[in-house]
Design a protein around this ligand. Structure first.
Ligand code: FEO
Length: 162
């Protein structure tokens, strides 16, 4: 059994990870509808990863014999003013998710639940990677996309990126 605050934060985090999947699926749909299939494919992969994150938390609660409470998933923003806006949103969202993971981490330390602290280490590292990727993509877009040709070159690169 986990401390109540820790289990409640993990339950909330399942919802945040599911929302992240919604957010990235929505961005993927946006780019697909604009004919930018590389961007669409990249964001579809991000959405799949977010579902995996949610399931890691679900499985952890099961392993600890805790109840899983699924909350309503907020609808993501549907309209974007230009191709860059979803990339900015992604970076700010990942920073927000990092702050949430840090909050759970801190709670585990306060109650000396070091097993959950260890479990969260994977997410601490993952957030570093996700922020780096989001930052890199935004930077590439800002510096490289000067015309339609450059945009489609970046789109082609993203189509093959793992
Ligand atoms: Fe699961 Fe992108 O944070």
């Amino acid at each position: 059994m986990l401390n109540n605050k820790v289990s409640s934060l993990i339950n909330e985090q399942i919802n945040k990870e599911m929302y992240s999947a919604y957010l990235y699926l929505n961005i993927s749909n946006y780019y697909a509808e604009k004919g930018l299939n590389g961007f669409a494919s990249w964001f579809r992969k991000q959405a799949d990863e977010e579902l995996e994150h949610a399931m890691k938390f679900v499985n952890y609660l099961h392993d600890e014999e805790e109840h899983v409470s699924l909350l309503a998933i907020e609808a993501p923003k549907h309209e974007f003013k230009d191709y860059k806006e979803p990339l900015e949103l992604t970076l700010s969202h990942e920073k927000y998710v990092t702050s949430l993971i840090n909050k759970i981490y801190k709670a585990t330390l306060e109650v000396e639940d070091y097993r959950t602290t260890c479990f969260l280490n994977w997410f601490i590292n993952e957030q570093r990677e996700e922020e780096k990727n989001a930052h890199e993509l935004l930077t590439k877009f800002e510096y490289l996309v000067t015309d339609a040709k450059a945009l489609h070159q970046l789109d082609d690169q993203l189509a093959t990126r793992k």
